[in-house]
Design a binder for this molecule. Structure first.
Ligand code: ASP
Length: 344
């Protein structure tokens, strides 16, 4: 009697074991990939010189290749995101690390955040002034503190105690950002209407954040974002970049997202988490979810900007409602695409 009942599953097991077709199937390589942004805004061909455009494309390609190599060699998405962002933080072209925008008081206040999609651990810092690589400080907060977010002097002190590279505030300053602050202040104080070009310029000074989302060969997702925030910001203003769920989110069940754009609207729209939630709870693809959140939520509130993201299968989204977003993608086969304008 006992044998009779045991024999059915046993028989099935033997049948499965004998299925030689599954043994001979070539094993699928694990998907992996990486996607980055260097800020979104009124990036128009007519306002861009050929040299400038080439310089942006070149740093984007250099940065993403660093992360791709790590992933290709079996490294973690966390390491890929961190090292990729370092390249953009070191480049004066982007509004993160060196070359960050200036506050109204002519100081630099940097924000960054990171999230690990496997553990749902996260770390963030805001308003720091001396940390060369703010993204690494966000990761240290995640790994070596009982907190998720540190700010101001305390965050600078924590980073120093953690042995991160500390620089004098002057390290971050560039002539381009000093002049930009002057121009934005002049426009602010002008009584009469400013020209369209001037309005575009002022609006653009909100942008230039950098971010990265990656999937590694173990199926783990990670995302990070680093920024100087908005030119001429006052009162220790903090944008979406260091806010988990707004500027950055990662969850192995869905996707990894980094956002860029007008931070106030991205905080109110809880952009990065909303994309993940639409995927997790409603079964939307990453592209469908990113489209809804950018075009139906952020845009309807009056905000602009974009996101880059990757899901747990390596599918990506690069969605924006601004004329451009510096962005790049590399897949597991090593195909690289670098884009700037929306219509590319
Ligand atoms: N989102 C950033 C902020 O509001 C700015 C940007 O992405 O360019 O601080």
């Amino acid at each position: 009697m006992r044998f009779k009942y045991l024999s059915i599953p046993f028989f099935i097991l033997i049948l499965i074991g004998c299925d030689s077709s599954s043994e001979n199937k070539p094993t699928q390589p694990e998907p992996f990939g990486i996607v980055i942004h260097g800020g979104a805004g009124t990036i128009l061909r007519e306002n861009m010189t050929a040299e400038n455009e080439a310089a942006y494309r070149s740093v984007l390609a250099e940065a993403i290749k660093v992360g791709h190599k790590i992933l290709e060699n079996g490294g973690s998405s966390q390491e890929a995101v961190e090292k990729t962002i370092h390249v953009m933080e070191d480049s004066p072209l982007f509004n993160a690390g060196k070359g960050a925008v200036l506050t109204a008081d002519e100081t630099i206040e940097l924000d960054a955040s990171f999230m690990n999609g496997e553990t749902l651990d996260a770390g963030a810092i805001s308003g720091v002034r001396t940390i060369k690589h703010p993204i690494s400080a966000a990761i240290k907060v995640m790994e070596n503190s009982p907190h998720v977010m540190l700010s101001g002097k305390g965050a600078d002190q924590f980073a120093a105690e953690q042995g991160l590279e500390i620089v004098a505030p002057e390290y971050f300053y560039t002539d381009r950002r000093i002049n930009a602050l002057k121009r934005v202040k002049e426009a602010e104080n002008k009584e009469q209407e400013t020209t369209l070009l001037e309005q575009q310029f002022v609006k653009n000074q909100r942008y230039g954040t950098v971010g990265c989302a990656a999937l590694d060969k173990n199926g783990n997702l990670a995302a990070g974002t680093s920024t100087g925030g908005m030119t001429n910001k006052k009162w220790n203003r903090i944008g979406d970049a260091p806010i988990i769920g707004a500027g950055t989110y990662a969850n192995n069940a869905s996707c990894a997202i980094s956002a860029t754009g007008w931070g106030e609207f991205f905080i109110r729209s809880v952009v990065a988490y909303d994309i993940s939630a639409l995927m997790e709870y409603k079964g939307l693809t990453i592209q469908e979810a990113a489209k809804i959140v950018i075009h139906e939520k952020v845009a309807k509130l009056g905000g602009d900007g974009g996101v880059v993201g990757i899901d747990n299968q390596g599918n990506i989204a690069m969605e924006m409602n601004s004329p451009g977003m510096y962005r790049a993608h590399m897949d597991s086969k090593g195909n690289l695409s670098v884009k700037i304008y929306q219509d590319e």
